[in-house]
Design a protein around this ligand. Structure first.
Ligand code: GLN
Length: 487
């Protein structure tokens, strides 16, 4: 095992801090050094919050000395640029929000701060979380630490890359159609989307409110459970956040013996599935079987319609959510206009990138009178069918296992001219969002020298099941998240 603290899991770092082998300030210093060297190539961070980090690390050292330290005292984290942090520039990867400093901190981040986490900075993402490669960022693309000419996935590509490159011990992302699980898979780290309603969205810049969830990127399944547990739970500031007991760590180490794992045949026949990915997933399934799980065939018959339904519903919600960015209240404002309509148009044309404009137009069209029934309403009906597919499948299994992404990380620039090929990245993940299910991606080997991710989906509110299967896989495969880009 490597002794470089920037390569360790939270529980390993926790041990060093608790034993006083390292102070939180030293740990912060090591991460800032690592960022300085690695991030020149990776470009995971949009901005660093060095001053906040120094204050938080100092407070963590004090708490460690006093015996009042929270479970995350001194642990370095990176935060996706869609999560509001008081006084820290937060732009959703967009030029339109350049210079915007939120007046408050969102609930999920606040709970991590309260547990002692140290915020290193803000990570890059696709503009308003729309994309699968982080190339839609309004600032610059992020590079995959495993191969710098490849994408890290998206939209939370900066957060995934930061953990993969040893720049942060854990990070936060948001997942609307796959934006945590897919970059986790492409960067070889763990990433989880919780059940819709598990984590408060207060302070998350909304993309598609009925699909968005905040979740962690980590280097071990146990870390993932810990971060989720810390963020989760009722919040009066988000009416969709459920008042349920947070038992996500229950049975984490119980193994998969006698568990029934559903293998959806449609998820192995999707367009563009690479043979190397299929092989790695098949091996992972064999490992789970050898660990005592029973693999059962299940069917999700409406899989083919999921992508179409998602790409109506998500843009429809985005067209409504993004209406507030008009140059009056937030961020950038185009002053050179004759009247208010022209000011709106000019601000939005200049402030939004091409993909965001495409989605706003598609979504507005799908919601417009005369087309609403044909598109939006129809998509909602398909969403119900997809939810029913999962309900039916879970009648015969405890969790569903599949690949997370049909491909490994692709070369930067290879899909930017073809939005449909970019949308296909989400074909295995967006069903979980449409149905509101928890899902986790765990590294399961390599194909062409690049990481592959195994996805575990569980019934609503059964994060414990998804985590337990992931943990069993981690153990059985002797999987340890490696830090990339080490020279
Ligand atoms: N790639 C998908 C999209 O572009 C999902 C994004 C996300 O989960 N935020 O909509």
């Amino acid at each position: 095992m490597t002794l470089d603290p920037t390569h360790l899991t939270i529980s390993e770092v926790r041990h060093l801090l608790d034993e006083r082998e390292l102070s939180a300030r030293e740990l912060l210093g090591l991460h800032l050094e690592r960022i300085e060297t690695a991030d020149a190539d990776v470009k995971a961070f949009l901005r660093l919050t060095t001053k906040t980090a120094a204050d938080q690390a100092q407070a963590a050292d004090r708490a460690l000395r006093d015996g009042t330290a929270g479970p995350l005292a001194g642990i370095p984290m990176a935060v996706k640029d869609v999560l509001c942090v008081k006084g820290v520039e937060t732009t959703a990867g967009s030029q339109i929000l350049k210079g915007f400093k939120p007046p408050y901190t969102g609930t999920a981040v606040q709970r991590l701060f309260d547990a002692g986490a140290v915020m290193l900075g803000v990570t890059n993402c696709d503009e308003f979380a729309m994309g699968s490669s982080t190339e839609n960022s309004g600032y610059f693309p992020t590079h995959n630490p495993w191969s710098l000419d490849r994408v890290p996935g998206g939209s939370s590509g900066g957060s995934a890359a930061a953990v993969a490159a040893g720049e942060a011990t854990f990070s936060l992302g948001s997942d609307t159609g796959g934006s945590i699980r897919q970059p986790a898979a492409l960067c070889g780290v763990i990433g989880m989307k919780p059940t819709y309603g598990r984590v408060s969205r207060y302070g998350l810049i909304a993309f598609a409110s009925s699909l968005d969830q905040i979740g962690p990127f980590t280097r071990s399944v146990e870390d993932c459970a810990l971060i989720l547990q810390t963020m989760a739970g009722h919040d009066p500031l988000d009416s969709t956040c459920a008042d349920r007991t947070n038992d996500v760590m229950r049975g984490l180490h119980d193994g998969v013996e006698k568990m029934r794992l559903g293998v959806p045949r449609e998820y192995f026949e999707v367009e563009g599935m690479e043979p190397g990915v299929r092989l790695a997933i098949q091996k992972a399934l064999n490992t789970l079987e050898a660990a005592g799980a029973e693999l059962v065939d299940v069917s999700l018959p409406h899989t083919d319609y999921g992508l179409a339904a998602y790409y109506i519903i998500a843009p429809a919600e985005c067209s409504s959510n993004l209406a507030r960015f008009d140059g009056v209240r937030y961020g950038m404002s185009e002053q050179d206009a004759q009247n208010i309509t022209e000011a709106y148009t000019k601000t939005r044309r200049k402030g939004f990138g091409a993909e965001v404009r495409r989605r706003v137009m598609l979504g507005t069209y799908a919601l417009s009178s005369g087309y609403y029934d044909a598109y939006y309403l129809k998509a909602q009906k398909v969403r119900t069918l997809i939810k029913q597919d999962f309900d039916d499948a879970f009648a015969s299994c405890d969790a569903i296992v599949s690949g997370t992404s049909p491909t490994v990380a692709f070369p930067i620039g290879s899909r930017t001219q073809d939005p449909l090929s970019m949308y296909l990245c989400d074909v295995l993940t967006l069903g979980g969002n449409l149905a509101g299910l928890p899902g986790i991606s765990v590294p399961c080997g390599m194909s062409e020298g690049l990481p592959v991710g195994l996805q575990v989906l569980a019934p609503q509110w059964r994060e414990d099941t998804a985590l337990r299967v992931a943990r069993a896989y981690e153990l059985a495969a002797d999987m340890r998240v490696e830090v990339a880009l080490v020279d």
